[in-house]
Design a protein around this ligand. Structure first.
Ligand SMILES: [Zn+2]
Length: 416
């Protein structure tokens, strides 16, 4: 069987034919060169307007890298034609296997991008004997294609969140779709200011924003402000996951402070207590369980904070916002009397956002509450993997690629 036969069965181009295939040596290794020619009397397509236009002249032969075969690099060779377009002037022709100035074929970029979902970019480059840059450009291309072709017409619920980035020195704002039928990353932007989130709403558009029914977010003021302005019809929910996060942060603060005080007195009972205070009781290991029972015997600030936090769990079981509100008020009163500063801060925060918190019960059925947390964990894993990459652009592309659930172009044959 000839190589041409294989190529024609996996990737056939209308108006173009595979001419000859031959071995050559390049970069000190064996490569396969496959010449492509335009079908006789087929008119080239103008890359400006996409219409068939008369042939003008032909440029020098160019190479386009294709999917390697049995570890042998494969290149298409083709001399691009130029067209005389009455609309665009003299323009280079459009070809179906590559775009613009790319030296990689679309299929090869899709191939590398698909592997980049399973392996790190360095590993993809190593396995397919290519460079990190080429893998990056491939992923970038796949992401751009996906963003241009994704469907955003049916989004009802979104979640807005901030994440630390750049070794923890900067923030990113991320927007997820958190509908029960579709959870994905919609947008990522630098910083966590009013302007950041305004940028999202600008790209998302008025039409789609008006269709939003639920928005989940943290109590971060700039977000609250923008959401109230740009999607006032949506029910704004303060997410459960964020409230728990604030409580855990408060407990951590109390524990650290109290541990310092106790250590100064030569007592060390709070050693190794961090996780047994932060985890839910049902998730504790035996050792942590024992540590916790031991701790609970003492009248410590951190123990009282812990009990307040655990008591708050009952809040989420309510069905009616009215009774949940009653519970919230009484919890806040009790906490304000505790004389534990970080916990009082949480209570004050909950009080001042009472309405938005109670919206959680109004939205409970529509949005999947674990979605934000799940996407967030996945995101943290991705940013940790991209640790070496300093620029926002690389991080952005990587996040869309792994979390964006982006569509891919259809191929008759899948190479991966
Ligand atoms: Zn044109």
């Amino acid at each position: 069987m000839q190589l041409k036969t294989i190529l024609n069965s996996v990737q056939k181009f209308k108006s173009f034919v595979y001419e000859s295939a031959r071995f050559a040596e390049a970069f000190g290794q064996l490569v396969l060169l496959i010449e492509i020619a335009a079908r006789a009397n087929s008119k080239p397509i103008c890359s400006g307007c996409g219409r068939r236009r008369p042939w003008y002249d032909t440029l020098a032969m160019r190479q386009f890298e294709f999917v390697p075969l049995w570890g042998i690099p494969v290149f298409f060779l083709y001399a691009l034609r130029r067209v005389a377009c009455k609309q665009c002037g003299v323009k280079v022709e459009a070809i179906p296997w590559a775009e613009g100035k790319h030296t990689l074929t679309n299929t090869y970029m899709q191939f590398l991008a698909a592997w980049a979902k399973r392996l790190s970019w360095q590993d993809v480059a190593r396995v397919f004997k290519t460079s990190w840059q080429k893998v990056f450009h491939s992923v970038e291309w796949a992401v751009q294609w996906g963003l241009a072709h994704r469907d955003v017409s049916n989004i009802r619920s979104i979640g807005v969140d901030e994440v630390l980035w750049h070794r923890g020195h900067h923030y990113l704002t991320v927007v997820y779709q958190i509908d029960a039928y579709c959870k994905r990353l919609l947008w990522v932007g630098k910083d966590r200011s009013v302007r950041t989130l305004l940028r999202f709403f600008r790209t998302f558009g008025k039409k789609h924003s008006a269709k939003l029914q639920f928005i989940c977010s943290d109590m971060w003021k700039p977000y609250l402000k923008v959401i109230a302005k740009k999607a006032s019809q949506a029910i704004h929910v303060l997410d459960r996951f964020h409230i728990v996060m604030h409580m855990n942060k408060a407990i951590d603060e109390v524990r650290a402070q109290e541990a310092r005080e106790l250590r100064a007195k030569g007592v060390d009972i709070l050693k190794h207590s961090r996780w047994c205070l932060l985890k839910r009781p049902q998730n504790l290991t035996d050792v942590q369980q024992a540590k916790l029972s031991d701790l609970l015997r003492y009248n410590l600030k951190v123990v009282r904070s812990y009990l307040l936090k655990e008591n708050f769990q009952f809040f989420w079981n309510y069905i009616s916002p009215y009774w949940a509100g009653k519970f919230l008020d009484s919890w806040c009163r009790q906490t304000m009397r505790s004389r534990i500063k970080p916990m009082k801060k949480v209570a004050r925060m909950l009080r001042s956002h009472r309405d938005l918190i109670l919206n959680w019960f109004r939205a409970k059925k529509a949005i999947s509450s674990g979605a934000m947390e799940g996407l967030n964990n996945k995101l943290k894993l991705t940013t940790r993997k991209s640790y070496g990459f300093r620029t926002f652009k690389v991080t952005e592309i990587m996040l869309y690629h792994t979390l964006g659930d982006l569509p891919e172009p259809e191929y008759t044959h899948r190479f991966w």
